[in-house]
Design a protein around this ligand. Structure first.
Ligand SMILES: Cc1cc2nc3c(=O)[nH]c(=O)nc-3n(C[C@H](O)[C@H](O)[C@H](O)COP(=O)(O)OP(=O)(O)OC[C@H]3O[C@@H](n4cnc5c(N)ncnc54)[C@H](O)[C@@H]3O)c2cc1C
Length: 249
């Protein structure tokens, strides 16, 4: 499918370059970007679609079992663990929401909370407490995710008692937050405290004329492929309009 998308873009004259952008300068009417190989590119419009990266625990076993039972998206992958026992790490609103979502699909959900309390809002905590097939393990950290070709369990430790136990889970979800890939644009663009680019509500305009943002880099709520594609299309239309309004095309 991605090849089809690429070929369609090429058919419409897109110049595709697979390079990492390391520096930008949005100070003038013509924007400048520099790639890792030293290429300097100039453009009247720039669409940012650099996405957001999930935060991980940093365990070697987590890396090894990524996409083999370890996931950072319960909404996306929860269905594959229907009627199975799973664990989810996190203590905020997103973790609480994802844990209750998983509880609708899975036989049992273990929510692993590092501290003695959750960060989630009262209402979300209530929802977690009122979910019968959801157990919250406070003061708990993950030592290792077990398995070779798929998850077969998780070794956890209670930080207060020092007790180590193994959960017989086949799915392991990490919901400890996302980091938008936007550091590069910090000096130029307005962002929220987490680094998501601020856009005009319902549009893709940033605070800099001719610079548009789409996808997960500006969306901390939905973060789905279809919403990213939708805002990508909006950004393309906004950029095209900007170019015609400024008599550039
Ligand atoms: C495990 C998992 C499963 C998912 N499953 C689903 C699902 O089933 N359905 C669904 O709708 N969504 C799903 N999602 C969410 C979906 O993948 C994202 O919402 C979507 O990919 C966001 O698109 P994007 O274009 O904004 O960013 P991305 O797809 O993250 O693309 C950003 C691109 O920008 C590149 N980039 C970053 N910085 C630079 C730079 N400085 N220079 C050049 N390039 C750069 C990155 O390398 C990357 O290729 C899933 C996510 C995860 C993590």
């Amino acid at each position: 499918m991605m090849e089809d998308f690429k070929n369609q873009a090429l058919r419409f004259g897109t110049d595709i370059r697979f390079e990492l952008i390391e520096k930008v300068d949005f100070s003038g009417p013509v924007h400048k970007v520099w790639s890792e190989t030293g290429h300097e590119m100039h453009a009247h419009t720039v669409i940012i679609a650099t996405g957001a990266s999930a935060k991980w625990l940093g365990l070697p076993s987590e890396q090894k079992l990524m996409n083999k039972g370890v996931s950072a998206c319960a909404v996306c992958d929860g269905f594959f663990f229907r009627k199975q026992e799973v664990a989810i790490v996190g203590a905020g609103d997103t973790a609480a929401e994802e844990a209750t979502y998983l509880a609708k699909l899975c036989s049992h959900v273990h929510m692993l909370v590092r501290k003695g309390e959750m960060r989630a809002s009262k209402i979300m905590q209530e929802r977690v407490k009122n979910t019968p097939n959801l157990t919250v393990h406070y003061n708990t950290e993950t030592l290792e995710i077990l398995g070779e070709e798929g998850v077969t369990g998780a070794r956890i430790k209670n930080n207060v008692t020092g007790e180590e136990t193994t959960l017989n889970v086949t799915g392991f979800f990490v919901a400890i937050g996302h980091k938008p890939n936007t550091d590069l644009f910090t000096p130029w663009l307005d962002m929220d405290e987490a680094g998501y680019i601020k856009t005009v509500p319902g549009r893709t305009f940033t605070n800099i004329k001719g610079v548009f943002a789409s996808g997960d880099a500006q969306d901390h709520i939905y973060r789905q492929a279809v919403t990213a594609a939708g805002t990508g299309c909006m950004a393309a239309l906004d950029a095209e309009r900007y170019l015609s309004e400024h008599a550039i095309i």
